[in-house]
Write a protein that binds this ligand. Structure first.
Ligand code: DOR
Length: 450
């Protein structure tokens, strides 16, 4: 028996860093991929997966999730969320600071890291949240992918919409700033205009394109003024994509959610408040422009903004119903289905959901299948379609905006740090992920569009 655990994946269709596929073998020792070849010598591994017919991709890295622990565990917790990740082929996530207490101090960040070490089945990183008065914590926090600023759509101390406060954050330090870009004063004004309307479809008119564009333009200007690394979270409108197409410095990145690619305001008729999220769903035209921007590299990668709320919470009448929808279990099959149906390629999907994320956040040894990289992998079946079924979901909130959608590319095996965490419908709850590291000195290096 080898001293370090060894896993052998036989004859899968491996996505190589070049974007080409190789039918071959992968050997993993401990946490690391050690060999990738068309045919490796007979293995002495303690575990072998016969993967003929399956496609091997780098595990997805979801760079924007809300996993609710601590403080809001009735919606989700790090255990249930990470089980959902394992089932969805998401091997790492970056989580947002709007938990209770808010993640605005090193103490709160350390608490999340120790909770995750105890119960999280996949790898994890946690953003530090900006308030009007925690600049020293923002500068010193470690380890973190970056600073999260909510310019709109948030209550309490995490709402940072004062011009001077935002500028002070951009002016000091170097680490990445990730922004939820919606203009709160525009939202407040529109709320008054539409007061009393309880149709959830009004949500997209209250938090309209203009609210998003004003905020995105503002942070783009600040990022240019200070040459500060900026990431624009969940870009939702054609007008913002057009702006970035004309004017996107090399140190700025942007992401889009599957919801903003696949759903639009027509969803309110079908699923009501389940379609309510921030930034809101837009028009079919926005879906098209966002797709094109993603394919052209104007948008760099995909995040789910997994934001679970219970069905009872969602059953409240608008505007009392909370905004947000879950996503980690469906994102990879949704995107792979789009690839199989010809909207993009599987290599592009993997770039948007893993490689480009690892590069943008400088996460070492993630996002590729090559010797020396971490063995965070997903084996998907691109040949079978299955519907999204509520009763099969592992997220604690127990619903999906994509219920009934017939998708392919479902994970069959998910591997985290060389250990099988998900296998044909079964979760191995003994597996634990590790804390992600972020190389602060690495240059921003995004792969060219595949
Ligand atoms: O719709 C949303 N819900 N958007 C966010 O940015 C926050 C999230 C939540 O935490 O519920």
């Amino acid at each position: 028996m080898p001293s370090v655990p060894c896993l052998f994946i036989r004859q899968s269709r491996i996505l190589l860093p070049s974007g080409e596929f190789l039918v071959g073998d992968v050997q993993i020792r401990g946490r690391e991929i050690v060999q990738v070849a068309h045919e490796l010598p007979a293995s002495d591994c303690d575990k072998e997966i016969d993967a003929l017919g399956l496609t091997l991709l780098p595990g997805a890295i979801d760079p924007q999730v809300h996993f609710r622990e601590p403080g809001l565990e009735h919606k989700e917790d790090l255990f249930t969320a990470s089980c959902a990740c394992a089932k969805g082929g998401v091997t790492s996530f970056l989580e947002m600071p709007n938990t209770r207490p808010l993640t605005t101090t090193q103490e709160a960040l350390d608490d999340k890291l120790s909770r995750a070490a105890n119960k999280c089945l996949v790898n994890y990183g946690f953003f530090i949240g900006a308030t009007a008065d925690n600049l020293p914590s923002l500068l010193a926090a470690h380890p973190t992918p970056g600073i999260k600023i909510f310019m709109g759509s948030m209550h309490g101390p995490l709402l940072v919409d004062g011009e001077a406060t935002i500028e002070a954050i951009f002016a000091q330090g170097e680490r990445l700033i990730a922004v939820h870009a919606e203009d709160q004063s525009r939202i407040n004004q529109r709320r008054q205009e539409f007061a009393g309307v309880s149709d959830p479809a009004i949500h997209s008119q209250i938090q309209d394109d203009r609210a998003a564009l004003i905020a995105t333009q503002r942070v783009l200007n600040l990022s240019k003024k200070y040459q500060r690394r900026l990431h624009i979270l969940h870009l939702s409108t054609a007008v913002e994509a057009d702006l970035l197409r004309l004017d996107k410095p090399s140190w700025v990145t942007a992401e889009v959610t599957p919801q903003h690619l696949f759903l639009n305001t027509s969803a309110y008729e079908k699923i009501g408040t389940l379609a309510q999220m921030n930034p809101p769903l837009r028009q079919p035209h926005d879906n098209q422009v966002l797709w094109q921007a993603l394919k052209d590299g104007v948008i760099d990668f995909i995040a789910t903004d997994h934001a679970p709320h219970t069905l009872a919470e969602k059953a409240q009448t608008y505007p009392n119903s909370p905004s947000g929808m879950p996503g980690v279990e469906t994102s990879l099959p949704l995107m792979l289905t789009a690839a199989i149906e010809g909207r993009c390629t599987v290599a592009q999907v993997s770039n948007w959901m893993s490689t480009a994320v690892a590069k943008a956040y400088n996460i070492p040894k993630k996002g590729a299948i090559a010797p020396g990289y971490d063995a965070d992998l997903v084996l998907v079946d691109l040949n079978n379609y299955r519907p999204v079924l509520r009763e099969q979901l592992l997220t604690k909130c127990g619903w999906s905006p994509f219920e009934g959608w017939n998708l392919t590319g479902w994970p069959i095996f998910t591997i985290v740090g060389g250990q099988i965490v998900y296998e044909r419908g079964q979760i191995n709850t003994a597996v634990r992920g590790t804390a992600l590291s972020f190389d602060l000195n690495a240059p921003l290096l995004l792969p060219s569009v595949l």
